[in-house]
Design a protein around this ligand. Structure first.
Ligand code: FEO
Length: 395
C-alpha cells in the first residue's frame, strides 16, 4: 500500500519481509528489507526508482492504484542495480515514452541489463529538473556503491533521495526511524555499510563532506532500503563520517574455526589474556562455521584488531575461515591490526597461511601468531593466555 510521506511525496515501494539473503548469498538480511520508490507530485510528476524484479507486477499494479501511469512525467533512476531497476521493463511496457533521468553510466547499465532503447536523459551533478513549485537537483555519488549511483534532492520539501547511501536492510511498515527500534536499525545500517559500502569509503567520506558543504536544508533522508531518516539525520550523517574514516572502536574480535575444540580452547585462552591486560576492551569470539559471516565482518569492521584462528587441515585452513578471509580482503578494512593462531597435528601451516592472507587483505600484522600441537594442555593454554596479554599490549 502506498504511504504518504509529505504533501507532495508518497512512498510506493515494496517491503520485503521474507528476504533472508541479498546479492545471492553474499549478504544475510535477518530483518528483511525494503525497496523504496517514491512518487513526487507537483505540477509535474516524477517517480524516483522502482523495486526488485520479482515484485515488478505487484509494484506496477499498486502504482496504478495510486496514479494513472500516464500522469507520470519523469522517471528518476538513482542507481540501476536490479533491486531498484528491476521493475522498469514491466513499467515501461505501459509508458514507453516517459523519459528516464539517470547518469550516463546509469543509462549504460540499464541498456546492459534490459536491452531497451528507452528515452534516456543523462544528468550530472548540479543539473536540475523543475517539477513546478519544487525542483529536483541531481548529485552524482559515483561508486557509492556502483559507477552509476546518484542522489536526488527535492527542494521545498527538502528531501535527499540517497538510494543505497544511508540504507539498511530492515523491513518495517512504519517507514520512519522514530517509529522503529533504533538499536536494530543502527546495527543494520552499520552492517550495510561494513559489508557493501566500506570498500568505497574514500568516496563516501568525500560525498558526505560535499553534501555538508552544500548546506542543503534536509528534512528527510529517503534511502532505497529500510527506514526514512527523520529524527536521527545528524546521527546517521555522523556515523557515516566515522564509518568512512578507517572506523574502529576499542574492540578485538577473535574469529576461529575448530575441528576437535583445540583451536576453540586457544581462542578462549587468548581472549582471557586480552581481557586480563585490557579489561575495558571489548573482546568478541566468533565461530566462523556457526556465526553469520556478515555479522562476523561487521564485528571485524568495528574492531581495532582481529585474531583469526584455524586448525591445520590438508596443509591449509578451514573452508569457513577461507570464506571470511576472502570477504575481508574485498571489504578493504583499514588500519586494523591482526595475527593468526591455531592447533595442528603434524604439518601446521594454517597460522602462517592465514597471516599471509591477512597481510594481503591490508591488515597490519602484529606478530607471527601462535600454534599449539594437538590438544592444548595447561602449559599451552597458559602460553595462549600470555600471548593474548602480549597481543593486547602491542595494540
Ligand atoms: Fe540496493 Fe546497490 O542496490
Amino acid at each position: 500500500m502506498a504511504k504518504k510521506i509529505t504533501d507532495k511525496v508518497t512512498w510506493v515501494g515494496k517491503v520485503d519481509w521474507e528476504l533472508t539473503t541479498f546479492h545471492g548469498d553474499e549478504l544475510s538480511t535477518h530483518r528483511g528489507s525494503s525497496y523504496n520508490a517514491y512518487l513526487v507530485r507537483d505540477q509535474k510528476v516524477a517517480l524516483i526508482d522502482t523495486v526488485w524484479k520479482p515484485y515488478d507486477r505487484e509494484f506496477v499494479s499498486r502504482l496504478k492504484q495510486e496514479i494513472d501511469l500516464k500522469d507520470i512525467d519523469y522517471i528518476i533512476m538513482n542507481h540501476n542495480e536490479i533491486d531498484h531497476s528491476g521493475s522498469l521493463v514491466e513499467l515501461m511496457r505501459e509508458i514507453p515514452d516517459v523519459p528516464i533521468y539517470c547518469t550516463a553510466k546509469g543509462e549504460a547499465i540499464i541498456r546492459g541489463h534490459y536491452h531497451q532503447d528507452w528515452n534516456f536523459v543523462n544528468v550530472k551533478t548540479g543539473d536540475t529538473l523543475s517539477l513546478g513549485e519544487n525542483t529536483l537537483t541531481f548529485i552524482e555519488a559515483t561508486m557509492l556503491h556502483w559507477p552509476d549511483t546518484m542522489f536526488t534532492y527535492l527542494s521545498g520539501e527538502n528531501i535527499l533521495f540517497s538510494n543505497d547511501g544511508f540504507g539498511q536492510h530492515f523491513a518495517s511498515e512504519s517507514l520512519f526511524d522514530d517509529k522503529v527500534d533504533m538499536c536494530e536499525v543502527m546495527y543494520e545500517a552499520e552492517k550495510y555499510y561494513a559489508n557493501i559500502l566500506n570498500p568505497f569509503s574514500m568516496m563516501a567520506k568525500k560525498k558526505v563532506a560535499d553534501l555538508l558543504a552544500m548546506n542543503l536544508p534536509i528534512n528527510l533522508i529517503c534511502p532505497s532500503h529500510g527506514v526514512i531518516w527523520r529524527k536521527n539525520i545528524p546521527l546517521i550523517i555522523e556515523k557515516y563520517q566515522q564509518w568512512a574514516d578507517a572506523y574502529q572502536t576499542d574492540q578485538v574480535t577473535i574469529v576461529y574455526d575448530t575441528m576437535w575444540q583445540s583451536t576453540r580452547l586457544m581462542a578462549q585462552a587468548i581472549a582471557d589474556g586480552i581481557h586480563a591486560a585490557c579489561p575495558d576492551t571489548t573482546v568478541m569470539l566468533m565461530n566462523a562455521a556457526h556465526d553469520d559471516k556478515n555479522d562476523i565482518l561487521t564485528q571485524m569492521f568495528r574492531s581495532k584488531a582481529v585474531l583469526v584462528g584455524s586448525p591445520t587441515v590438508n596443509n591449509g585452513f578451514t573452508y569457513a575461515i577461507a570464506g571470511i578471509l576472502e570477504m575481508a580482503k574485498g571489504l578493504k578494512f583499514k588500519k586494523k591490526k591482526a595475527a593468526a593462531f591455531g592447533s595442528y597435528g603434524w604439518s601446521g601451516e594454517a597460522s602462517k597461511l592465514i597471516t599471509e592472507h591477512l597481510q594481503k587483505a591490508g591488515f597490519e600484522i602484529v606478530n607471527d601468531g601462535i600454534r599449539t600441537l594437538w590438544v592444548p594442555d595447561c602449559d599451552a593454554l597458559k602460553q595462549a593466555r600470555e600471548y593474548g596479554e602480549a597481543f593486547a599490549a602491542a595494540l
